[in-house]
Design a protein around this ligand. Sequence first.
Ligand SMILES: [Zn+2]
Length: 327
Amino acid sequence: MYGYEILHEQIAENLINNIRQEVANQAYIFEGERGVGSKECAKLFAGALVCKNTPSAPCTTCNACIMAKAESHPDIYELTPADGKRNISVDQIRSVVTDAYTKPYESKKKVYIIAYGDDMNEQAQNAFLKVLEEPPEYAVFVILAENNESLLPTIRSRCTSIRFNPVADKKVEEYIKKNYPERLEAMDFLVQYAGGVVGDIEKILNAENFVPLRRESLEKLEALLSERKLDAYQVAEFLEENKEDADLILRFWQGFLRDMMLILQGAKNLVKSTDFIDNLINLANKTQEEKVARAIDEVLLAQQMRKRYVNLKALSLRLAFSIKNRG
Ligand SMILES: [Zn+2]
């Protein structure tokens, strides 16, 4: 859409219409999970606001549109936490407030995208409130937030809130086809993994080791399901060696095991990991259904333990041993 990767067309359309009719507001909260597409939408919105041809903004051809697309327009600011910091600091906010009272350089508007504003502490939010209370007429603020509730009610009441929901699987599919045509064989897995949030798959799509890691995870799944004690240590070692990707490996296993269950229940046509279907049929045929079911539960438990920062080594040994037949 206008050269931007927009997943929420309807929202973008409405925002742009408001700009063209010169009825856009000065402060917005774009609420939605990181990676859901709100940031890209904010960039398009900002680009349209600074466009020189308001009745047809974003015209995509004027100087302002070109600079905005290249993220080099002097009147568009994207505020993110300073390097190594988790939150936007109160000092950063103070400099935005000061800057906001300086007229735009190029355009009629000056746009501030605050990502992610709900991570600001109360002091920073209070500093920000000052400019929201009396914004200069040319300033527009877009706060990206995962959770509206983390923003002060006094900020929320001054903003128009727009909710960005996860998109339909079909959209994620189109997105992958368009941007990652070399990854199509893992499409079903990726769509499932994304759950409507394309940002979640961006990182793994860009990872060079995605395909080899997926293959190796399948090989190690066999060890995970084996009865040999030695194999359990092999599994633990594999997770330890790939500790950066441990969550992804657990997601791979979850998907593979679910597919094995489908195969065992005679529903081969529902298998999602079509890239490895033959290997999965092989493995399923030599594994008891009861064991696959147990493995699914244990992998799920391991994923929950990861969220509670349980030591990876302890977790992976526990996982590998708990799947073995007892007795
Ligand atoms: Zn333009």
